[in-house]
Ligand binder design. Structure first.
Ligand code: DGY
Length: 343
């Protein structure tokens, strides 16, 4: 039977995708595809306008999925596919209320982000940003090699505290074990209780102590390295606060690979200023990407700040793109997604 263009389900895609994923999408002649074909984020007005009558929307973490968008789309909307592991940009309660499914990509990026986490730990402990800064400014001639030049703490023997102990944290632990870390403490939404999932078979018979912390005070106080890897929720916002830094060891470093607002930036700047902690490695920060050159965090030589590139390997981004399209299509057909958030 003839299917008119009007009867094709409409899908909205808020960014240009990558090779295979784009080809998979383009091959779907049975869909009415509306795509923001750019590397830049789709303007909110464009999304609100084009969401009307959509059955599915593929979003980036920069697109807010809220009541306003769902209302603009209409009651036929069946599925949202997010090109991300984080879902703090999505009002999950609003989706649940309307019976809209949510796909995401929690497994595709684990290795890439865990690799970057190790890099940030080492960069923070070994003063990589500070050292490179001096070389780039031509200051090396004024600082010839000497025994204490640019010395910092060592990863071997460190106690590592994970705030959030999901896939990425556990994949980071796997990478850190060969460095000879001494102990791991972790805090989840269930303090004092063993982790819900053992993603890589590391927790049953660990070669070093791997223990749940009773509270954040214990985690902050014991750790030489604090890794923030938890989801951003109302209860984790600013959990790394002035009080948290006050409890940290003076030689400890903080690494955030999760979401900026988990860490209170003003408190971090103060902790670095007053040498309350040794250093920091951040892949995310509050108000990103709006960090102007005169932002106080950029005046901190012991802070490495990257522009949210944790999952930015070519292979990982390709896989995230493909899984996002697969989730979108599965959502339209009522089939199983690669990964779906249980709302
Ligand atoms: C995510 O997926 O949530 C990361 O922040 C970017 O890959």
């Amino acid at each position: 039977p003839h299917i008119s263009k009007m009867s094709k389900p409409k899908v909205v895609v808020t960014r240009q995708l990558i090779d295979q994923a784009q080809a998979l999408l383009d091959s779907r002649n049975d869909l009415d595809i509306v795509q923001w074909n750019s590397e830049k984020p789709a303007p909110r007005e464009w999304l609100l306008e084009n969401a009307k009558d959509a059955s599915g929307i593929l979003v980036m973490l920069s697109d807010k999925v809220d009541e306003e968008l769902l209302a603009a789309a209409g009651s036929q909307l069946r599925t949202i596919a997010s090109f991300s592991v984080g879902t703090d940009h999505v009002d999950t309660a609003a989706l649940k209320k309307r019976d809209i499914r949510l796909g995401y990509t929690p497994t595709a990026l684990t290795d890439a982000v865990a690799d970057l986490t190790v890099m940030l730990i080492l960069m923070a402990q070994r003063r990589a940003g500070e050292s490179m800064g001096k070389v780039l400014k031509g200051e090396w001639p004024q600082m010839p090699w000497h025994p204490l030049l640019m010395t910092g703490p060592q990863i071997g023997g460190s106690t590592v505290g994970f705030l959030g102990f999901g896939r990425i944290a556990q994949a980071t632990l796997k990478r850190l074990l060969p460095f000879g870390i001494k102990k791991v403490v972790y805090l989840t939404s269930k303090p004092g209780q063993p982790a819900k999932e053992d993603h890589f078979g590391l927790l049953e018979n660990p070669s070093i102590p791997v223990e749940p912390a009773e509270n954040w005070e214990q985690l902050a106080g014991e750790s030489d390295v604090v890794v923030v890897g938890c989801a951003l929720t109302p209860s984790t916002k600013h959990i790394v606060s002035k009080d948290f830094f006050m409890k940290m060891k003076k030689m400890a470093v903080l690494v955030n690979i999760a979401r900026g607002p988990v860490v209170d930036t003003n408190a971090l700047v103060e902790a670095l200023d007053t040498e309350q902690i040794f250093g920091a490695g951040l892949d995310v920060i509050e108000n990103e990407p709006n960090i102007p050159a005169d932002h106080p965090i950029l005046k901190q030589p012991r802070c490495v700040l990257l522009p949210h590139i944790g999952s930015a390997t070519i292979a990982t981004r390709e896989q995230m793109a493909e899984e996002s399209v697969e989730n979108l299509l599965a959502g339209l057909k009522g089939e199983a997604m690669v990964n779906e958030v249980q709302l």
